[in-house]
Design a protein around this ligand. Structure first.
Ligand code: XMP
Length: 513
């Protein structure tokens, strides 16, 4: 395992991601981690970049015991300046930021870090830079702008680079990280999905014991399904999955999820039909945040009530609550956010734990989304489910603008169903990150046959994004949109007009509410 100490750079998590791409396991911890409190010994340490200057009064500094580990160390950007700072010389306060591409000139292609890589393009993003070599170091690469773009203390096995190898703009960055992890640190290349399944199942069995029981909510999304399947493989029917039908899922969704999870994957599933309960609470509510709160709270209430009714299978007690937390959520809660570090809670169903006195079990907490999908495929979860677009917890309640009534749900569901069906038929579902129909609370005039109509508007949304923080609207063929609009107006009672949303995020959000 390689230890990545995070100094708060927006790229830090990509370091662990890249290392895993060549099967080296890496774990990220905040830069304030006390080395004496580590429960495992890393094969090497990477100090990430960060937004600070080592001269800042409250700049974070690494525990000096890191040098006592006697393993190779690589400092990236701030990490390199930190090494020079500890060394006592070499860091110059940046006069202006350097941001963008630069060409690296490798001075010594024999050195292990640049083995097999020559002059290449890198991504620079820094304020301070080195103006002198720290004692014992030599220069191994330069750019036109920095004479110390990469430095090495070969005897101590300490390396520093000014650029970011973890971003894809750095063309040979992955090879460089590979050289560090495999050639320099001699890390094992044993991390892969098959091993992951095996060790995770063993870990769950040990944790839960022979009689322990676990409950968890499933939604039909990829994360909760993969987590549930892992639990089923580990402890069989002692895992109790609960699917709450909140009345605002998509057309036929509840029945389909039930079929896939229960019949297909053999998961011990209880479906709770709570549609009426949710809808009565949503009556008269139009404010989006109120809708979210009502749905979230009602969900917790129903889940707790139903969980209390579950009969343990092995006579033991229900001790654990399963959550499909992913690595990005974990990173969000552990990454270094500065001296006044704020820890964000990452529980999707926050509130459940305190009340229910359950311990948390999170089998996916080491994985990125694409790794969860790979795991899902490997565990025999149907392709359509593995690659499903994300669907918000409050469901179509936040896609029906204004009050959520059974009539409005019927219209919104039907229009959305036609839209998604056409997207799948056109073979573009996997190219789109998320697509859905919104029902607007405005009426517009239309004409059908010889009749004047006066009915509602459907807005179609489709976006492409890698992280949902920013998104671009998807460019459909005009013929595709023409066909979808025609079908919706003809087939869905209550809709007289269809529009396509051509706003990116920002300034708009993905959802309309
Ligand atoms: P926005 O609308 O914030 O959406 O740009 C970004 C992503 O988050 C999803 N989303 C939600 N998911 N509960 C959820 O579970 C919510 O309340 C919620 N609001 C938005 C949205 O579908 C998109 O994928």
């Amino acid at each position: 395992t390689i230890l990545v100490l995070d100094f708060g750079s927006q790229y830090s998590h990509l370091i662990t991601r890249r290392l895993r791409e060549f099967n080296v396991y890496a774990e990220m911890l905040p830069c304030t981690q006390k080395i004496s409190e580590l429960t495992w010994k890393p094969k090497g340490v990477i100090l990430s970049g960060g937004p600070y200057s080592v001269y800042d009064k409250d700049a974070p500094h690494v525990d000096h015991d890191v040098f006592k580990l006697d393993v190779p160390i690589l400092g990236i950007c701030y990490g390199m300046q930190e090494l020079a700072w500890i060394n006592g010389r070499g860091v110059a306060r940046g006069e202006h930021r350097e941001y963008g591409h630069a060409t690296i000139h490798v001075k010594d292609s024999d050195n292990k870090l640049f083995h097999g890589i020559d002059n290449f393009q890198v991504w620079m993003s820094h304020g301070d830079k080195l103006n002198d070599l720290p004692t014992g170091f030599k220069t191994i690469a330069t750019t036109d702008n920095s004479p110390y773009a990469a430095i090495a203390h070969e005897k101590e096995n300490i390396w520093g680079i000014q650029f970011h190898p973890e971003v894809t703009h750095t063309t040979k960055g992955k090879q460089l990280l590979r050289n560090f992890a495999i050639d320099i640190c001699q890390a094992d290349q044993k991390w892969n999905m098959k091993n992951f399944i095996h060790t995770e199942i063993e870990r769950i069995r040990t944790l839960v014991g022979e009689h322990g029981e676990v409950i968890g909510a499933v939604s039909g999304g990829v994360d909760s399904t993969v987590a549930a399947k892992l639990m089923k493989e580990a402890i069989g029917d002692r895992f109790h999955a609960i699917l709450v039908d909140n009345g605002v899922m998509r057309l036929n969704e509840c029945a389909e999820v039930k079929k896939t999870l229960s019949d297909g994957l053999g998961i011990n599933l209880t479906v709770i039909d709570a549609a009426d309960e949710f809808l009565s609470k949503l009556k008269g509510v139009t404010d989006p945040e109120k809708k979210r709160k009502i749905i979230g709270n009602t969900f917790i209430h129903i889940f707790e009530r139903e969980a209390a009714r579950i009969q343990p299978k092995a006579g033991g007690e229900i001790e654990y609550l399963l959550q499909g937390t992913l690595y990005p959520d974990v990173i969000e809660s552990i990454s270094f956010k500065g001296p006044s570090q704020t820890i964000k809670t990452h529980h999707n169903v926050g509130g459940l734990l305190e009340d229910m006195k359950l311990k948390l079990i999170e089998p996916l907490r080491e994985l990125f989304k694409d790794e969860v999908r790979a795991l899902g495929e490997l565990m025999g979860i149907p392709h359509d489910l593995v690659w499903r677009h994300p669907f918000p917890g409050p469901g179509i309640a936040i896609r029906i603008l204004g009050e959520v009534t059974p009539e409005q749900i019927k219209i919104a569901r039907h229009a959305d169903h036609i839209y998604i069906e056409e997207i799948k038929k056109a073979g573009i579902y996997d190219k789109i990150s998320q697509a859905f129909a919104c029902l607007l609370p405005v009426k517009s005039v239309g004409v059908m046959g010889d009749q004047r109509t006066y009915e509602q508007v459907i807005a179609l949304r489709a976006i492409e994004t890698s992280d949902f923080m920013t998104a671009d609207w998807y460019i459909f063929d005009a013929a595709f949109l023409k066909n979808v609009a025609k079908r919706i107006v003809n087939e869905v009672d209550g809709v007289a007009r269809v529009v396509y949303d051509i706003t990116s995020k920002p300034p708009a959000t993905v959802e309309w509410e």
